[in-house]
Design a protein. Structure first.
Length: 572
């Protein structure tokens, strides 16, 4: 199942393996040849602390930290905290935890754009002195109205030709809090006729009288992303500023600001953001799911957030392998969520210990097995890893089996238990169904069987084949547990693509969570701790949830055993 991993067509056939090179590697290698950065490679991951990280960010993290590792360079973690209205320390903390969990280290290079506020202010003053920035008294609406369209030039602001002295004075007074929110901005003086709308005298600073989670009330003017980002990169000596495709049209402004100021000038490189089927990736939409209670929180195992995937049972290794597999591309694409599932299945198959658990129990009594007798069978911990050894599992006269594994009137291809049929109980005996017990409503409550005493391990019929093998748990030894099964969070592949007037939440899958109580766990699962991962035989991979108590283990199904990705790829 690990062989022949299909290349994802959407990556232009580019492989992300360290040896091979994608278009970003090509740019870096060219710079290293030409000596543009003296052979240095220094990247950064620049999240805005306005939400939890998701799988798209994981791609960016793996890319930035991965490049630094490959070229013997460095990668900074920098919070792009220039918008105090939406930001919060809760996010600052979770982001650091998630990057660390993914397996990356920024060492002592943890930075905040807000730490540069004083320097950024000085850079703005320098632009004013050069005659390259001016204080504008137009409102946001007036600025928007005067911007023009891509085919029609904008109109110059009546404040555009203020003297340097007046601009310096007004900008200082903006900083001192003399003006209300939105009454003035600092704008770059570039070209209102530029075909690139971002070059039409973009706003560099705005007035916002809001407390910042780090600088408190020190500032009431805040730099815009385009101004803060390039200069933060420059201050940190970044060489390659890797960002998503939507910033391609911002690149001329990135370059303009650094060139006008004559400071260290990193190369901005854009790649296609990760989109994934059956989920949403916008922080605004994820925040809505949390705030309005459609999920239990940012770490709900159905969320595409890193903490959600962690709680679901994903391993950092599987997410990094996924990021490598999808590679980097120059065109926006949607990656099938089945590929992510494939990655975790492949990882857990190698290392998750196997256990027997019955999710929907049905009682099975072996009539010819002595009352009170208990045998111990030895079950393989991991057939993929002989060094994992075996564990003892109790076997007795009364067992739990899956309801699904019995049918009173089975179709011809049913290979499990039915009246008169024989199956093998995994690691134990062959049993044949002799009778069914029903309750007053006619529902089956118990299966009666006989067993072949010679069919167990070491017996003379040990190798006799049955039509099927089913798992079981000894009723007298079982531990009760809760198991949560998950399905796609949305019913449609692209919920973010809702037409006008359709709210994306209307695409939520009402059956995305199924909670099973009274599941029967083999006795070795008593005392599990949150984060432990197992394969429940025939049922999938499961991870112990933090809701677990000593009295009640709670599991999340990470992913089923069936590989839908292989199927999809096979068809392609
Ligand atoms: P916002 O809409 O709030 O700006 P964002 O998703 O761009 O959201 P940031 O915190 O600005 O969030 O992102 C940090 C870094 O992660 C940026 O470099 C951004 O380009 C990258 N990133 C964000 N989303 C994705 C994605 N889906 N795929 C790849 N990289 C992403
Ligand atoms: Mg962003």
């Amino acid at each position: 199942m690990t062989a022949d991993i299909p290349q994802v067509g959407q990556t232009n056939g580019e492989s992300a393996s360290p040896a091979a090179s994608n278009f970003i590697d090509e740019v870096i290698q060219e710079h290293n040849r030409s000596g543009r950065f003296g052979g240095r490679v220094h990247t950064r991951f620049p999240p805005e602390p306005n939400g939890y990280l998701h799988i798209g960010h994981a791609k960016s993290i793996c890319l930035n930290f991965g490049i630094a590792e490959r070229y013997g360079g460095l990668c900074n973690l920098r919070f792009d905290d220039t918008n105090p209205v939406t930001e919060d320390v809760e996010y600052v903390d979770s982001i650091q935890e998630d990057v660390r969990w993914l397996g990356f280290s920024w060492d002592d290079r943890l930075y905040f754009a807000s730490d540069y506020f004083e320097r950024l202010y000085e850079y703005a003053v320098a632009l004013i002195r050069k005659g390259k920035a001016y204080v504008c008294d137009l409102t946001a609406e007036q600025i928007a109205a005067a911007r023009g369209t891509p085919t029609r030039p904008g109109r110059e602001s009546p404040y555009r030709n203020r003297s340097v002295e007046e601009n310096l004075d007004l900008f200082a007074r903006m900083r001192n809090g003399e003006f209300p929110d939105g009454s003035r901005t600092l704008r770059a003086k570039i070209d209102m006729a530029s075909p690139n709308m971002h070059m039409r005298d973009p706003v560099l600073y705005r007035i916002v009288h809001v407390r910042h989670h780090r600088t408190g009330d020190a500032w009431c003017i805040y730099p815009m992303y385009d101004f803060a980002h390039c200069l933060s990169d420059s201050i940190e000596g970044i060489t390659h500023s890797i960002c998503t495709l939507e910033f391609e049209v911002h690149r001329p402004l990135y370059d303009w600001i650094l060139d006008e100021l004559g400071v260290h000038h990193p190369q901005q490189i854009e790649f296609a953001r990760l989109n994934m089927s059956y989920t949403v990736m916008s922080k605004r939409k994820l925040l809505r799911l949390v705030r309005e209670g459609y999920v239990r929180g940012w770490d709900d195992p159905r969320m595409p957030t890193i903490c959600g995937l962690r709680r679901r049972g994903y391993t950092p290794e599987s997410i990094r392998a996924f990021a490598e597999r999808i590679g980097v591309a120059k065109r926006d694409t949607v990656i099938d969520v089945a590929l992510l599932e494939y990655s975790v299945r492949e990882d857990l198959n190698k290392r998750a210990p196997r256990r027997m658990v019955v999710l929907r129990p049905l009682k099975l009594v072996i009539e010819n097995y002595p009352e009170g007798r208990v045998e111990t069978v030895h079950a393989l911990n991991n057939p993929e890893d002989p060094s994992a050894g075996t564990r003892p599992v109790e076997f007795s006269r009364t067992l739990w089996i899956e309801r699904d594994d019995f049918m009173e009137n089975p179709p011809r291809k049913f290979h499990r238990l039915s009246p008169g049929s024989e199956v093998r109980l995994r690691y134990a005996y062959l049993v044949s169904c002799t009778d069914i017990v029903k309750d007053a409503k006619g529902d089956i409550v118990e299966i009666r069987c006989t067993y072949d005493p010679e069919s167990g391990p070491g017996g003379k019929n040990a190798d006799r084949r049955a039509r099927g093998t089913i798992h079981w748990v000894s009723a007298g030894h079982a531990v009760d547990g809760e198991v949560r099964l998950y399905d796609r969070l949305f019913n449609v592949p692209d919920p973010a693509d809702a037409p006008e007037g359709v709210d994306f939440v209307s695409y939520l899958n009402p059956d995305s969570l199924e909670t099973l109580i009274g599941c029967k766990l083999e006795s070795s699962l008593a005392g599990v701790v949150p984060g432990e991962r197992f394969q429940f035989e025939r049922l999938g991979y499961f991870c112990v949830d933090p809701d677990t108590t000593p009295a009640l283990p709670v599991f999340n199904r990470t992913v089923g055993l069936k590989d839908t990705w292989g199927k999809i790829a096979g068809k392609a």
